[in-house]
Structure formats: C-alpha cells, structure tokens
Design a protein around this ligand. Structure first.
Ligand code: IPM
Ligand code: MG
Length: 356
C-alpha cells in the first residue's frame, strides 16, 4: 500500500519533530514494503514569509490530493501578536485543516519507566495510565454563532455560543462507545449537565445510546469533577468523550500525567471521505528550543503510528512504532530535556528505530 501523505512541518520544533517522525515512518515502511509518497508543503509562518498567508492554495491542494496530513506545529507567539486574530496561523491553518474532522483522539499513556516524571505520587499511578481522550472538534464554543465583540469602550460586550445538534452529539459519542469497545470498555462522558443545555442534551443522548452498548460501562461526569478525578484516580479512566472546549482543557491537563506534553500524539478524524484526516502531536512550536535538536520527537513519532493505524490500516507497523517508543521510554536512558535527560531529538529517534 502506498503511504500517500501531505507533510506540513510548520513552525518552531514542528520542523525537527516531523523530520524525526518521517525517519521512523521510512524505517517501518521499508520493512513492510510500503512505498511512501510524501509531499512537503509550507504552513504557518514558514508559509506567511514565502507566500503571504499561513495556508497557501498550493498547500491546500497538496493536502486535498493526499490520504492523510502529517502536521508539526504552527504559530510563533512573538510574531502572532503582530497579526489580527483572524490572520494568525492557528486560525488560518490549524482550524481550517481540521474542518469537517469532528473526532479528535488524544492518547495519553504513561510508560511505567517514566513513573517518576508523573507529578502524582507512585501509589496513585501504580495501576498504569492509558487514557484515550475523544474531543469533539467541530462544534461548541469554537464555532457557535453569535460570536464576537460589539459596542464601544468602555461599554463593549462579547459573546461566544456553545451550540450542539443532536446529530453532532450522536456521531462523536458513537466514536466514544466504539473506541471503548476496542479497549477496556469504560466510557466516561464529560459534561456540565447541571448548568448547560448543550450538556443536558449530551447526557440524555449518551444515556440513550448506552443501551446499544451493554458491553461498555458508561459513566457521566461533570467537567469540573473530571478535572479533579484525573489527578485523584487517573488509572481508572479508559476512554473520555467530551465537547470541544472541555476536551481542549482536559487533554492538556491529562498530558502532564505522562510527564511531558511532548509525548502525546493525536488524530483528527471525520466520516466524510472527501475530508483528509489530520495528524499532529499535541504540543506547540516551542520557539525557545527550536532549531537546537532538543525537542522530544516521541509525540510526533506516535502520531505517525496513529496515522498508519487509522488511515492506512497498517496495524502491525503502528504497533511496532509504539513498542519501539515504549522500549526507549521504559529504559529511560535516552530522554530529551523535557524529561530531565540530555539526549537530542535525533538521539531519541535513532534509539526508537534501533528498538524496533
Ligand atoms: C489544541 C490547541 C488549539 C485548539 C488552538 C491552538 C486553536 O490548543 O490543538 O489543543 O484549541 O484546538
Ligand atoms: Mg489545546
């Protein structure tokens, strides 16, 4: 099978972590006899500097013609400030490329060898942490109308709208139930049903759907409680499904359970075959360490594993990458600075390839 992908490294450490991820991809693809057709394209500031926009038409075309998008990071806070919000790379590129992809899977795993990097006490994490967060990605506060600031200072007012249709709720909960079914069969649906109407509809819908998944243990949790339980009993979570903003916040919180946000991969998936799935590590562009071969490539490498599994059905190759990463992390010898080590991005990449 040809692994036909658009590669968009973007800004900051996006460049080096995607180069690392591509090395690992080349290694597994060669082993399995799968040719890679990778087309590189500019995005973010790299694109603004050359083409005047964070998402040039040529980049869109490359994406449209590919089976998956492998994305690094966009945005450079110092330069972003110079642009109105509507022109910043995260709006123009990131949110654009994610359009139509309603299911954002963020996989948080603490390799046992990194237990001391988890900020929680040993007894709280002894049973192991492996949480799949499923964040709804195309609705809620990010897109609801009305949205905006009106009036004149000092009497301005601002509004954001959290809106969800039943159809949007059903399709994301379905991903939640089905993912739980393939894992430990526990689904935590996170909402704020004591206050929000969208959450009341969400909870009602989840309860009704639960009848079709008698093999999945469904629990409902308020988002404020969920943020607390993630620290109190993280090992009991299997799959979490939640709306856009709650998922944004909880996934950053959960990422720290494995010691570094640099370890967490993600996939953005939809159900419309004309929208190209999008894969990215969840970390940002980290301009403070960019270009110094210091970034942790594991999040990007594990992102490639998700891409092979979800878009190309290459489960064996995906598992081989995941095992290679766990070996390196569990040995805890070759680690980047975010995990207290001295190894470079390329050292870690080479170690992962050697461990496969
Ligand atoms: C994320 C980020 C983005 C989001 C921002 C940069 C728009 O925080 O991927 O989690 O909120 O989705
Ligand atoms: Mg976020």
């Amino acid at each position: 099978m040809t692994i036909d992908i658009a590669v968009l490294p973007g800004d900051g450490i996006g460049v080096e972590v995607i180069a690392a991820a591509m090395k690992v991809l080349e290694h597994v693809a060669r082993g399995g006899g799968h040719p890679i057709q990778a087309t590189y394209a500019d995005v973010g500031w790299a694109a603004i500097d050359k083409h005047g926009t964070a998402l040039p038409a040529a980049t869109r075309d490359v994406c449209r013609r590919s089976k998956a998008i492998l994305f690094g990071a966009v945005g450079l806070p110092d330069r972003d400030k110079t642009l109105p919000q509507a022109q910043r790379p995260e709006r123009v590129a990131l949110l654009e490329l994610r359009k139509g992809l309603f299911a954002n899977l963020r996989h948080v795993v603490l390799p046992p060898g990194l237990a001391e990097h988890c900020p929680l006490k040993a007894h709280l994490i002894a049973a192991g942490i492996d949480i799949m967060i499923i964040r709804e990605l195309t609705g809620g506060l990010y897109y609801g109308k009305p949205q905006g600031i009106s009036g004149d200072a000092p009497n301005r007012a601002a509004v954001d709208t959290m809106a969800y249709s039943e159809k949007e709720i059903v399709r994301i909960l379905k991903v939640g139930f089905e993912t739980a079914r393939k894992r430990r069969r526990r689904l935590t649906s996170v909402d704020k049903a004591n206050i929000l109407a969208t959450s009341q509809l969400w909870r009602e819908t989840a309860t009704a759907m639960g009848a079709d998944y008698p093999d999945v243990q469904l629990e409902h949790m308020y988002v404020d409680n969920a943020s607390m339980q993630l620290l109190r009993r993280p090992t009991e979570f299997d799959v979490i499904v939640t709306e856009n903003t709650f998922g944004d916040i909880l996934s950053d919180e959960a990422s720290m359970l494995c010691g570094s946000i640099g370890l967490v991969p993600s996939a953005c998936l939809g159900d419309d075959p004309s929208v190209v799935p999008f894969y990215e590590p969840i970390h940002g562009s980290a301009p403070d360490i960019a270009g110094q071969n210091k970034a942790n490539p594991i999040g990007a490498i594990l992102t490639v594993a998700m891409m092979l599994r979800y878009t190309f059905g290459l489960n064996q190759e995906a598992t081989a990458i995941e095992k290679g990463c766990s070996k390196v992390l569990n040995a805890a010898k070759v680690l980047t600075g975010d995990l207290g080590g001295k190894a470079s991005c390329s050292d870690v990449t080479a170690a992962v390839i050697a461990a496969m």
